[in-house]
Design a protein around this ligand. Structure first.
Ligand SMILES: Nc1ncnc2c1ncn2[C@@H]1O[C@H](COP(=O)(O)OP(=O)(O)OP(=O)(O)O)[C@@H](O)[C@H]1O
Ligand SMILES: [Mg+2]
Length: 266
């Protein structure tokens, strides 16, 4: 057993009349790559919204690095190292590409107010370092040459990459990716997943939870998979459960295997 990073215990999330998450418990270990899958409306994004502090749980507890984080706000959790992308992009559109990443990095490495007010050499050196590190992240996501453009002017796939760079700027211990390749064409999507794989190798301590509908991606990227259906965790295990678990198959198809259905849909 590895070191436990996140523990969700008996999580319930209700919206008026809808139980989006229904007594879900799961735990993540440090440095591993997890998948969270399930059909539309299963509750996947809601789980991520709770863990990242973008939504409040109705019931249940969440611990991160052994500390109770239930009810903490998104900015507090970002500072603790929980970063997330959104299924529907959220960037500072009028800011530049570089500015988007620098702002995130300043959250992870806050200035002392006094040094900032005095514009001391220490402050200026830190500011320079933050810009350099932010540039490096943009290069890793292959959008380095776009740093001076307004975020809004980027193509959709590039905006998705910027969102990930912004997450990485927080030096996250936990990176939550909610359909990071949604809306991309297959080639763009494959390239993005390869780039995330490469970045992951450079950050062996970072844990990733990936929400993804493409089962080929899930099988190649994730070491362990959680499956939700109607708010409940119905299965967990190695990626082979996607094709071998009766519960998973019936949740998706009522019989047909998930992989077969995806292949026939291609
Ligand atoms: N803010 C909200 N207000 C009311 N109902 C919501 C809200 N957010 C989610 N829901 C409902 O909760 C359920 C779970 O939604 P969620 O977005 O978590 O599903 P999902 O697994 O991410 O689906 P998808 O694969 O389509 O993104 C759905 O029935 C959804 O309509
Ligand atoms: Mg979702």
């Amino acid at each position: 057993m590895g070191e436990k990073l996140l523990e969700i215990k008996d999580l319930v999330v209700r919206f008026s009349g809808v139980t989006a998450v229904d007594r879900l418990s799961l735990s993540l270990e440090k440095g591993r790559a997890y998948g969270l899958i399930g059909t539309n409306g299963a509750g996947k994004s809601t789980v991520v919204n709770i863990v990242s502090g973008n939504l409040r749980a109705t019931e249940g507890r969440i611990a991160y690095q052994g500390n109770d984080i239930t009810g903490k706000k998104a900015h507090e959790l970002a500072r603790l190292g929980i970063a997330r992308t959104f299924q529907n992009l959220r960037l500072f559109h009028s800011d530049t590409v570089l500015g988007n990443v620098v702002t995130a990095r300043q959250i992870a490495h806050p200035y002392s107010l006094l040094h900032a007010l005095l514009a001391s050499p220490k402050f200026r050196a830190q500011e320079r370092r933050i810009r350099e590190e932010s540039r490096e992240l943009l290069r890793q996501l292959k959008i380095g040459e776009l740093e001076q453009l307004p975020a809004a002017s980027l193509a959709y796939g590039q905006q998705r990459r910027l969102e990930i760079a912004r997450c990485l700027a927080l030096d996250p211990g936990l990176l939550l990716l909610d359909e990071p390749a949604a809306g991309m064409n297959p080639a763009e999507s494959r390239q993005l997943v390869e780039d995330i794989q490469r970045i992951r190798k450079e950050r062996p301590d970072m844990t990733i939870l990936l929400i993804e509908h493409d089962m080929k991606v899930v099988r190649s990227f994730c070491e362990y998979v959680f499956v939700m259906s109607q708010g409940k965790l119905i299965e967990e295990g190695g990626p082979e459960i996607i094709t071998t678990s009766k519960r998973v198959i019936s949740a998706y198809m009522g019989g047909e295997s998930v992989a077969a259905s995806q292949e026939s849909a291609c």
